[in-house]
Design a protein around this ligand. Structure first.
Ligand code: KIV
Ligand code: NA
Length: 266
């Protein structure tokens, strides 16, 4: 496989579905890199690995540290790093400063930020100055305090807003857009109405690509939103390993001779 670039990713609109997964660590990035077109260092890491209740507490330092780890494990996939809450909303200038930091300090290729029409000016500012932007519309986890939780957009009353958001980020120069938590018909409608790839997460099979949080997909995180399909049950394997280790330490069957160094004589 050849290295994925922003123009290649964008050009795959309407072609082979784009395979995207999150990764927060080097080894997972290395494993995911074997199949994925894009690896997202999502701010979901605040919840998935730092135990936060939302993504609002995630900092630039978190994103930089995990972005660096992922870059050490990835080689072919396009690596995109999320802009955390508070790092881009204030002004296009603040957004540029922080996005540039993510690019310079991690070596990633692009950034992702949540927002539609209200972020169009910022997306235009970054895209015109060397920073490719993946947008994110529909269910936006960083808006959870306004929305009163993580709420999928199903009510037809709000469809036109999300379509307008997707069109606005496209016009502003976003190279792709994540569409999260929307009715299947709306996911399809957005995909038909923009010329950039739509990456769905709970947005139907008709999107140009799909993304899931790695830990959700392999069964390593307890939440199970409708859009998650479990392709494994790593949590059960881990619990089993922990229990057997604890048992063997307690009954002194671990470490055995083969795990023990003999004395080197002389
Ligand atoms: O933070 C994240 O993991 C994301 C994806 C689920 C799209 O934004
Ligand atoms: Na995110």
């Amino acid at each position: 496989r050849i290295k994925m670039t922003v123009p290649r990713f964008r050009a795959q609109k309407g072609g082979a579905p784009l395979v995207c997964l999150t990764a927060y660590t080097a080894h997972v990035a290395h494993l995911v890199d074997a199949e994925a077109d894009c690896i997202l260092v999502g701010d979901s890491l605040g919840m998935v690995i730092h135990g936060m209740d939302s993504t609002l507490g995630v900092t630039m330092e978190h994103m930089i540290m995990h972005g660096q780890a992922v870059m050490r494990g990835a080689s072919k996939a396009l690596v995109v790093v999320d802009m955390p809450f508070g790092s881009f909303e204030e002004s296009p200038e603040v957004a540029f400063r922080n996005a540039a930091r993510l690019i310079k300090e991690t070596g990633c290729t692009a950034v992702k930020l949540e927002g539609g029409r209200e972020m169009a000016e910022t997306i235009r500012h970054l895209s015109a100055r060397g920073i490719p932007v993946m947008a994110h519309v529909g269910l936006m986890p960083q808006q959870m305090n306004v929305a009163g939780g993580f709420k999928a957009v199903r009510d037809e009353e709000f469809w036109e807003d999300v379509i307008a958001d997707a069109k606005a980020v496209e016009a502003a120069g976003a190279f792709a857009v994540v569409v999260e938590g929307v009715a299947a018909e709306l996911g399809e409608k957005i995909t038909r109405n923009v010329s950039i790839p739509t990456i769905g997460i709970g947005a139907s099979v008709n999107c140009d690509g799909q993304i899931l949080v790695f830990e959700d997909m392999i069964g390593l995180f307890p939440r199970v939103p409708t859009f998650v399909k479990r392709y494994g049950n790593m949590e059960d394997m881990m619990i089993d390993g922990i229990q057997r280790y604890a048992q063997e330490v307690r009954d002194r069957s671990f470490p055995a001779v083969e795990h023990t160094y003999s004395t080197k004589k002389g």
